[in-house]
Design a protein around this ligand. Sequence first.
Ligand SMILES: [Zn+2]
Length: 203
Amino acid sequence: MESIALIERLVGFETVSRDSNLPLIEFVESYLDDHGVASRRVPSHDGHKSNLIATVGPEEEGGVVLSGHTDVVPIDGQDWSSDPFVIRRDARRLYGRGTCDMKGFIAVALALVPQMTKLRRPVHFALSYDEEVGCLGAPDMIDVIRRELPPTRGVIVGEPTRMQAVTGHKGIVGLRTTVTGYEAHSSQTHRGVSAVMTAARRA
Ligand SMILES: [Zn+2]
């Protein structure tokens, strides 16, 4: 299937994070199977959703993982001018929930599977669930990748980054600062040091 047809199929699965992604997973499994590629599920504990891992090419180390999440954010209360789960095309763009984030990437990668048959190093697909609600699906899948796949050279996550390669993730640094003053009676401020005033000034 060509990329746009695959995007249409994938967007057509209503994989809002609160719902099951299994119909999409089944579709990808059978698509890969049609191309002679075996895949395996890494399901959620309640069996309601699943990750999917597949290897195209030889079972060797040095491959690359193409990773994407299959869930999308809800459409509740949003004023869509067309059905969000049916791709609408204009001259230049495709519109639909998840076209960009990030079924488009998955679709393009899957569309290239027929051309991946002569690879000397493998391409691994790693599709997750529940990314939009805290990356709940990926950790179990990462465990299986670590345990069972030959060591890989890298992971490409097809998140939208305005077509720029991003090599890190937004992070957070938490700092705790203690400012110690010198206690004195409030009638004699010249004999003490206020920690509050000092901390505010340094900030
Ligand atoms: Zn995303």
